[in-house]
Ligand binder design. Structure first.
Ligand code: KIV
Length: 265
């Protein structure tokens, strides 16, 4: 089995094959994730909550992201690895380039992920023109939690839905090669997936997207503040970490996960 690259993912989108993505933050889980045949690993800034015990992702630093990305890369063999750009590490295009450079050169990431739409377009253009592959992130933006007030579904209502669709098209035009859609109505996610050429990965975004991502600790049922409604506890059903990861990959590939109860209308 060769390395998964953006070309592999584009081919999967064209062929209608679902892409399986999971977060990881260390070498031991990454080894298990690789054995399950995952396509993409996201070193998410969710590590601020699930590893570091913070209430939000905001305290995560670039040093933290570089450290965890390097840990993952040491055990990664086939999956494509994306690293999150943490809060306030991409406030200007120049700062974003420095951050992305560290995540790729020191961490070894293959792609970086940036939260946000219209305000990030200049930054995405700046990075992609300099050989930094970018994944966008729209819908629920955890780094904006203090503006949002709570972790709730985004893009409900015509105006809000149009804004997310416009941002998605804008990110693709700016050079983003992938998009994560978090907690949006399934119908909106399906429309965006149809409209874009780049792979769209959903989390709480229904099944009519090109792939799924979950936070590892959520799908193992070990998140301390409760499992979100769009998550299935795969460990409860299988009894082992390896079983849970393999069942997740199989359920994403077959379209059996997410079910209607994991989606929003
Ligand atoms: O940080 C993270 O784990 C993420 C996922 C929720 C998509 O961005």
């Amino acid at each position: 089995m060769g390395k998964t690259t953006i070309s592999t993912l584009n081919r999967m989108k064209s062929a209608g094959e679902k892409i399986a993505v999971i977060t990881s933050y260390d070498a031991s889980f990454t080894r298990q994730i690789e054995m399950a045949g995952m396509d993409v690993i996201l070193v998410g800034d969710s590590l601020g909550m699930v590893i570091q015990g913070h209430e939000s992702t905001l305290p995560v630093t670039v040093d933290d992201m570089v450290y965890h990305t390097a840990n993952v890369m040491r055990a990664s063999q086939h999956a494509m690895v994306i690293a999150d750009m943490p809060f306030m590490s991409h406030a200007t295009p120049e700062q974003a380039l420095m951050t992305a450079g560290r995540l790729m050169k020191e961490g070894g990431a293959h792609m970086v992920k940036i939260e946000g739409g219209a305000p990030q377009l200049d930054t995405v253009r700046h990075l992609t023109a300099r050989a930094v592959p970018v994944c966008g992130h729209l819908g629920l933006l955890p780094q904006s939690i203090h503006q949002l007030g709570s972790y709730k579904v985004q893009g409900r209502g015509e105006h809000a839905a149009e804004r997310i669709l416009k941002d998605a098209v804008g990110l693709q035009h700016a050079g983003a090669q992938m998009l994560v859609l978090e907690c949006v109505p399934a119908v909106l996610a399906a429309e965006i997936t149809q409209a874009l050429e780049i792979p769209v990965i959903g989390i709480g975004a229904g099944g009519d997207v090109d792939g799924q991502v979950l936070v590892l600790y959520d799908m193992l049922g070990i998140t301390s503040d409760g499992t979100p409604s769009f998550v299935r506890d795969f460990l409860a059903a299988t009894g082992t970490v390896q079983g849970a990861l393999s069942a997740y990959v199989a359920a994403v590939r077959s379209g059996e996960f997410p079910a209607v109860e994991h989606s929003f209308s």
